[in-house]
Design a protein around this ligand. Structure first.
Ligand code: ADP
Length: 339
């Protein structure tokens, strides 16, 4: 029979962990276990101290600390003597295993803390910028519109309406990204698969960039025989919008952005590339990480867009990868199942 005790980290009092095949020990045995824990020495039956105990007790300890106490109920003293060294070794191994488990837990807690610290910082640094810019645009433009007296100022009005529209789309994308992130993290992202035309997907995503589009050249090429692909329309649209927004944001005015589709027997490919500066090679491996941003001078951004896009594409049983083009610029390759 084996009894196990572990200590509450804050009080240093041991309590019994009732394991299969063991029963609750008496108060007397518990106080013996407590003594072993406090003194860090083997004691109980067949030893030099506390010999009236039913069990022989071992502290589960190593050089760095004592993690608990284990007691063995052994009737036959000869059996005990013959196996003493073996039992000592077992106890050392158990102590080592508990220590490793404790350290793992602590490392995980530290990681969670570090992550939430990062999240907190991002919410304040980047999100506040991402929220403030479109809100300021909406406030400013709507205020001007309210104060425009003359009916004739049609062009100015149109520009202000456009600014409000663009800013609200930007806010909407941010909110959608944050919601997707929350869904991905909680495992609650349930894709609704169906077969769709890539053409519809690209056109629908492009609609959101009417204003930005005019400053760049966007070339879409989809083969006539392009088969339907299997995905969730809303989620995939979010991915394409993220990639297009990046291509528009991180490249110079007049840049050329290409959206291409192709296929083989098993997969459909959607390739979005630009002729901007690309990203430094050493950043390629981290670019899909949450909150990762390349050190550049462009303000704003949350570093979430690409990590969400990857999460979504993988939830849709596809893959996404990125490379710098040899001719300059960045190229994202999405592979999705045909059916
Ligand atoms: P965000 O745009 O909010 O910073 P993303 O996850 O969408 O976050 O992108 C991460 C980083 O990748 C960006 O900060 C940017 O530096 C870089 N990046 C993304 N797309 C491009 C692109 N087409 N050209 C150059 N750099 C890009």
């Amino acid at each position: 029979e084996v009894v196990l005790f572990t200590a509450d980290e804050n009080s240093n009092n041991v309590k019994q962990n009732v394991v299969e095949g063991s029963e609750n020990v008496s108060e007397k045995e518990l106080s013996v276990a407590q003594w072993i824990y406090s003194n860090g020495k083997k004691a109980g039956k067949f030893t030099d101290s506390l010999t009236s105990s039913d069990f022989v007790y071992y502290p589960l300890k190593n050089l760095r600390g004592t993690y608990g106490v284990a007691g063995l109920k052994i009737q036959n003293e000869n059996f005990y003597r013959e196996n003493e060294t073996l039992i000592d070794n077992f106890m050392n191994q158990i102590a080592g295993a508990i220590e490793r488990e404790n350290l793992n837990q602590k490392a995980n807690q530290a990681l969670v803390l570090e992550e939430s610290d990062k999240l907190y910082k991002t919410l304040f640094d980047s999100l506040s910028h991402e929220l403030k810019t479109p809100i300021a645009a909406i406030m400013g433009s709507s205020n001007l519109l309210l104060n425009i007296k003359s009916e004739s100022n049609k062009a100015t009005k149109e520009q202000l309406y456009n600014e409000i529209h663009t800013a609200s789309l930007r806010l909407n994308r941010l909110v959608e990204n944050l919601l997707d992130m929350a869904r991905l993290e909680s495992g609650k992202l349930v894709p609704y698969f169906n077969l769709y035309e890539v053409n519809d997907l690209i056109n629908s995503a492009l609609k959101e960039f009417e204003v930005e589009k005019s400053k760049h050249e966007i070339i879409v090429s989809i083969p006539d025989k392009m088969p339907l692909l299997k995905f969730d329309f809303g989620l995939m649209e979010q991915v394409i919008k993220n990639l297009l927004q990046n291509a528009l944001l991180y490249t110079q005015e007049d840049s050329k952005i290409e959206v291409k589709a192709s296929f083989d027997e098993k997969l459909g490919y959607i390739i979005i590339s630009d002729n901007g500066k690309g990203i430094p090679e050493q950043d390629i491996q981290n670019i899909f990480d949450k909150f990762y941003r390349v050190n550049n001078k462009i303000a704003g951004g949350t570093g979430l867009g690409l990590s969400i896009s990857k999460g979504i594409v993988e939830a849709l049983k596809g893959t996404i990868s990125v490379e710098n083009k040899t001719t300059g610029g960045l190229k994202f390759i999405i592979k999705l199942p045909l059916n």
